[in-house]
Design a protein around this ligand. Structure first.
Ligand code: SF4
Ligand code: SF4
Length: 358
């Protein structure tokens, strides 16, 4: 196989069921992908995932983590489970509440085989500035525990996304490991606006905006773009679709910024970084939404690779193959390939892959 092509290992749902389910299949997949020869004695390996939000079920069950942490420990390395605080109002906007929520969902060392650390500290400000050979950034702000980890196992639940088109490995790394400052830099150009015709004056958005950027003017919401931090929370909470983005100009920029932060996380650690994408319960919105969503497509399977660009490209291709239409027709009308194109351009990974079905 040429150097310009990455390997992506794939287990389709029938294969997973025949193996006894996801928990039983994960060791088979990880061995096939060579993840049992990746880590070394005393490595600190960050197992990165989204632990769910108050009001939904965690997309990746605590039990599925045990085979992952066992495999890391067998190689003499030390795994820890991790994520970062979010910008918007949530159970996950500080480390204490996030840890409590995860514990309530069953992410305990007894069940998962590893302790949990919030990578950017109590309120998202523990960070390290990393130099990168990017096109938009020369340095990116990465969560401190991610910067000090030796390697990563990045577990991503693939979903649609209101700002990036798709959330998968690149987003999990780039946004998911950015400190508060890093997240703000990625959102810097995303400024939503209110469609006056559709605003009912319900005021819900004013209560959720973490920057107090929304006020009411004659029963219509108004956004102060000088205060807005671009978190997108108002777009999500408005039930009347009255708050919008100019997707065509803003989404490509966000995706490029995300890919450059992803590069900052794994730079010089790619030989000790692996990815698993879950194409199960693929939903329109990401797992930050505090409610259970109906999947937009039947479960497809699970992928593993040591290349974040290739595994995300394969995820998009498999969704297209299964649904007969791309994710932008199942979720939001945003081209998600921008993150893949830019990722390849800056050396994050390869767009070309060979799918190796188990
Ligand atoms: S949530 Fe939507 S409808 Fe309600 S005030 Fe805000 S913009 Fe208007
Ligand atoms: S107005 Fe800006 S800061 Fe406030 S919720 Fe919307 S995107 Fe976030």
């Amino acid at each position: 196989m040429p150097d310009s092509v990455a390997s992506v290992y794939f287990g389709a749902m029938p294969v997973i069921h025949a193996s006894g389910g996801i928990q039983a299949f994960l060791p088979v997949l990880m061995k096939a992908a060579g993840f049992d020869r990746k880590f070394h004695d005393k490595d600190f390996i960050a197992v990165k995932l989204h632990f769910g939000e108050k009001g939904n079920h965690p997309p990746i069950a605590p039990e599925w983590l045990r085979p992952v942490t066992d495999l890391i420990k067998k190689q003499g390395a030390n795994p820890f489970l991790t994520d970062t605080c979010v910008l918007y109002k949530s159970q996950r906007d500080n480390a204490i509440n996030y840890l409590k929520m995860a514990q309530n969902y069953g992410f305990t060392p007894g069940k998962t085989g590893a302790p949990m650390i919030i990578a950017d500290g109590l309120t998202g400000n523990d960070e390290k500035e990393i130099d990168i050979p990017g096109q938009l950034f020369r340095t990116v702000s990465i969560a401190s525990a991610a910067a000090h980890a030796t390697g990563f196992v990045v577990l991503s639940h693939v979903t649609g996304h209101l700002a990036a088109g798709m959330g998968a490995a690149i987003k999990n790394l780039g946004m998911g490991f950015a400190s508060r400052k890093g997240k703000l830099r990625q959102h810097a150009n995303m400024k939503p606006y209110v469609s006056e015709k559709q605003c009912t004056g319900c005021e819900i958005c004013t209560r959720w905006c973490p920057a107090d950027a929304i006020t009411m003017n004659q029963a219509v919401a108004r956004i102060d773009s000088g205060k807005c931090i671009g978190c997108g929370e108002c777009v999500t909470v408005c039930r009347f679709y009255a708050i919008r983005h100019d997707w065509q100009t803003e989404a490509p920029d966000l995706q490029k910024r995300m890919a450059e932060h992803a590069l900052g996380v794994v730079l010089n650690k790619t030989h000790k970084t692996v990815y698993i994408n879950f194409l199960t319960s693929v939903t329109k919105d990401c797992d930050c939404i505090g409610k259970n969503q109906t999947p937009v497509i039947e479960d497809i399977g699970i992928l593993a690779s040591d290349d974040p660009v290739a595994i995300d490209a394969a995820s998009l291709d498999l969704i297209l193959e299964k649904a007969g239409k791309p994710i932008e027709e199942l979720a939001y009308p945003i081209d998600p390939w921008e993150q893949i194109r830019h990722g390849e351009k800056i050396g994050l990974g390869k767009r070309q892959y060979e799918l190796k079905s188990l």
